[in-house]
Design a binder for this molecule. Structure first.
Ligand SMILES: Cc1ncc(COP(=O)(O)O)c(C=O)c1O
Length: 350
């Protein structure tokens, strides 16, 4: 039996889903929204399900228009897919020939290395624990011809980011390199490249976004990219014409329509609940990295905390990357999730 070398050489990306249960545990392991979406959104989705249209293929009417109003970019700069996971993979496949250099952050979201490996890239990394992230990235970009460079803005799991204005300079200074900027957590950080490029979009830039985090639609799998029309045209050859389900695109339309109400969650997480968790960690002398997203990375957290939180029914993410041995990532949620986390943090470590 023949399998492609590029597939045989790559390991499956298998997130730790075993035993994961929304009913028995508080899930602070995948940086999801902890609060359900407002009833007006859930009722609209229920209405769609009862509308008897499941026999019809998706047509996506109105979705790009709504996305264009939200992002401030024209429709020919937008392309959606089944989660940003799919789009990250499509972008790598669109631009990488075997042996091309891919520069990715380390540690970072596992899909970057996975997609780079599938595209048979020569993967190099830059250090996300460094204090001068932009300086480190600039140096690495100058070392060799880089086909594609990925930036997590903010980076998962470290939570740091390069200010968008500074990143844009890197994009402009390296026109031969594709910049894939992953803004999965932009609704939490409040800092995005999009307003800076809405008048003049750099040809070598692709911004990836998702409805899985602040917009609370992880279960329905919807992501999108903002890119030049030339890139959109190539991506359309790779993704299937109906990959995104009708229900998913309708859900995205509904949350965009109600975005003020939906996104007030992100504002509250960042302005109220994250500072409370940080204060509780500080008072226990537990060190964490400064984060501009809805999660905190605790470098020595596993031995200290993971089991304690588990015994309180709270699931967190023990990091697997070699450079993060012993580290724990905790998602920050809404009022109820934070109350439970603070309760657990206030009891002696078991
Ligand atoms: C940085 C980053 N990018 C992308 C994703 C995946 O998003 P999606 O659910 O849209 O595939 C995640 C999910 O955890 C993430 O942390």
């Amino acid at each position: 039996m023949h399998f492609c070398r590029s597939v045989l050489d790559v390991h499956e990306y298998r997130p730790p889903l075993q035993g994961r249960s929304t009913t028995d545990e508080l899930l602070l392991d995948f940086n999801e929204r902890t609060d359900p979406l407002p009833p007006v959104v859930l009722e609209a989705l229920a209405g769609w399900c009862l509308g008897g249209r499941t026999q019809v293929y998706p047509e996506y009417n109105g979705f790009l228009e709504a996305l264009s109003s939200y992002t401030g970019l024209p429709e020919d700069h937008l392309f959606f897919g089944v989660g940003s996971d799919q789009l990250i993979d499509c972008v790598f496949r669109a631009v990488t020939d075997p042996g091309d250099v891919a520069l990715i952050p380390a540690p970072s979201f596992a899909m970057y290395a996975h997609s780079a490996a599938l595209a048979q890239a020569d993967t190099r990394t830059f250090d996300m624990m460094a204090s001068d992230l932009a300086g480190v990235a600039r140096e690495r970009l100058a070392e060799r011809r880089v086909r594609i460079a990925v930036f997590g803005q903010p980076n998962n799991p470290t939570g740091g980011m390069i200010p968008s204005q500074v990143l844009l300079e890197l994009v402009r200074d390296n026109p031969e390199t594709w910049f894939l900027v992953d803004e999965a957590y932009a609704e939490f950080s409040g800092d995005s490249l999009l307003p800076l490029v809405s008048r003049q979009f750099p040809q070598n830039l692709v911004v990836a976004r998702t409805f899985s985090k602040a917009f609370g639609l992880a279960a329905l799998r919807i992501g999108y990219v903002v890119a030049s029309p030339a890139m959109v045209m190539q991506l359309a050859k790779i993704r299937g014409p109906y990959d995104l389900s009708s229900l998913a695109s309708y859900a995205a339309l509904v949350v965009l329509r109600h975005r003020d109400e939906v996104l007030s969650y992100a504002t509250e997480v960042m302005s109220i609940y994250k500072p409370r968790v940080e204060a509780a960690l500080r008072s226990r002398k537990i060190a964490f990295l400064p984060s501009q997203a809805n999660f905190l990375l605790i470098p020595g957290g596993v031995a200290l905390l993971a089991d304690h939180l588990k015994s309180h029914g709270i699931r967190t993410r023990v990091m697997g990357q070699p450079e993060l041995t012993g580290a724990l990532r905790i998602s920050i949620g809404g009022a109820e999730a934070t109350r439970r986390l603070l309760d657990a943090l206030s009891t002696p470590l078991s």
